[in-house]
Design a protein around this ligand. Structure first.
Ligand code: PLP
Length: 406
């Protein structure tokens, strides 16, 4: 085997398709976010970030930074071990209690990321429930797919956001068989929201466990930031709620919230929980401060919705196509990998505006897009600059515009 040629050829093929990933090297400016410093070949420039998942700017919130500084000084840098062997810090326990309370569940279990929480929890539940059949939404995130695959359980894919198809598939199964239904609330690339009540009803009808990923919803929806399930009064009807501390909460980590026994089961049997160093205590304390703040404060959520509406309204007026959806995510559709990258590069080079192009395999070919995430920290002037630049490049590239809104 000529390994070097193989690696080179594979990379060349990705480049050829125009979907080779280039990471922008940035330094987020705490206190000034969405401003950041961009580094290219030893040169620096100021940019505005428009594609961050720090949806509410909590990554620079004084309460979060204070908690992290304090606990860093008190406890030091790392956790010092796995959760099992000396790594369970008091701040992990406080955070798990905060999360259980957020979702009105008996308990919660912390992981090192949202990816790991999905992979470990789904892998363990589906892998250990005897003869379990997993029903997975067609557009589930890679971390859920990998967890389900890792479990080696039987699986069926149900049509995206279709309780009817889920019902049909569950009806064909032995009623006594263990069943686990995995889906998301806010789908992060299209920004659409699942019909949670209908899905939960189907799960209850067939005695299936329900597992919802609220990664793009926690902190953002519901009176206390408990997600779409909280907003819709459904948290108590869902078996497992999974979330991240790395997006709206602005820090890092993932979790599940569920019954005491289910959390204890995953704690006991999930290798992805036990055989890895626990999160740094300062990270846990920062996440805890962020959750506490967003339980009490609606100001960030309200201002974010205002920013989202303002960007959407202006895109409509300019005829720039974007997927309509009921969430905070604005996918501006380009439909071509090369053009998508070209627009993104042009926005960065000419206007210091950073929107990462989203290409295959993250989204299907032909649906390449710029995924814009307005946040409470984007000013009117930031928005005006973004829209002027987008309009300019749309004209320059002769991209199709939708009929202007009246
Ligand atoms: N679930 C979904 C739906 C996601 O989009 C992501 C990441 O983008 C994750 C889970 C993983 O979360 P984390 O970034 O905390 O690993």
């Amino acid at each position: 085997m000529d390994y070097a040629t193989y690696f080179g050829d594979q990379l060349a093929a990705v480049r050829q398709e125009g979907r080779y990933r280039v990471f922008a090297e940035i330094e987020r400016q705490a206190g000034a976010f969405p401003k950041a410093t961009r580094h290219v070949d030893g040169q620096i420039s100021d940019i505005t970030v428009w594609c961050s998942n720090d949806y509410l700017g909590m990554g620079q919130h004084p309460k979060v930074l204070d908690a992290m500084h304090r606990v860093l000084d008190e406890c030091g840098a790392g956790a010092g071990g796995t959760r099992n062997i000396s790594g369970t810090n008091h701040h992990h326990v406080l955070l798990e209690a905060e999360l259980a309370d957020l979702h009105a569940k008996e308990d919660a279990l912390l992981f090192t990321s949202g990816y790991v929480s999905n992979w470990a929890a789904l892998g363990t539940l589906a892998g250990m429930l005897p003869n379990c059949m997993v029903l997975s939404d067609a557009l589930n995130h890679a971390s859920m797919i990998e967890g389900i695959r890792h479990s080696r359980a039987d699986r069926m894919i149900f049509e995206h956001n279709s309780p009817e198809d889920l019902d049909r598939k569950l009806s064909d199964l032995d009623p006594d068989r263990a069943k686990l239904v995995a889906f998301e609330s806010v789908y992060s690339m299209d920004g659409d929201i699942a019909p949670i009540a209908e899905i939960v009803e189907v799960c209850e009808k067939h005695n299936a466990l329900s597992y919802i990923d609220e990664v793009h919803a926690v902190g953002l929806y519901g009176p206390r930031g408990g997600g779409v399930a909280e907003r819709e009064g459904l948290m108590d009807r869902i078996t497992v709620i999974e979330g991240t501390l790395g997006k709206a909460y602005g820090v890092m980590g993932g979790y599940i919230a569920a019954s005491r026994d289910l959390c204890d089961f995953v704690r006991t049997f999930a290798s992805g929980f036990i055989f890895t160093t626990a999160l740094p205590p300062a990270v846990a304390a920062g996440a805890c401060a962020s959750i506490r703040h967003l339980k009490d404060s609606d100001a960030e959520r309200e201002r974010q919705q205002d920013r989202v509406a303002r960007v959407r309204g202006a895109l409509d007026r300019m005829g720039i196509p974007h997927l309509p959806n009921p969430s905070h995510i604005i996918p501006v559709m380009v439909g071509d990998a090369r053009k998508c990258k070209l627009i993104s590069d042009w926005l960065m080079e000419h206007h210091g505006i950073y929107v990462q192009p989203i290409n295959y395999p993250t989204v299907p070919r032909g649906t390449e897009r710029l995924r814009i995430t307005p946040s409470p920290v984007h000013s009117d002037a930031d928005i005006d600059r973004l829209l002027t630049a987008l309009s300019e490049i749309w004209s320059h590239c002769e991209l199709a515009r939708r009929e202007m809104a009246a």
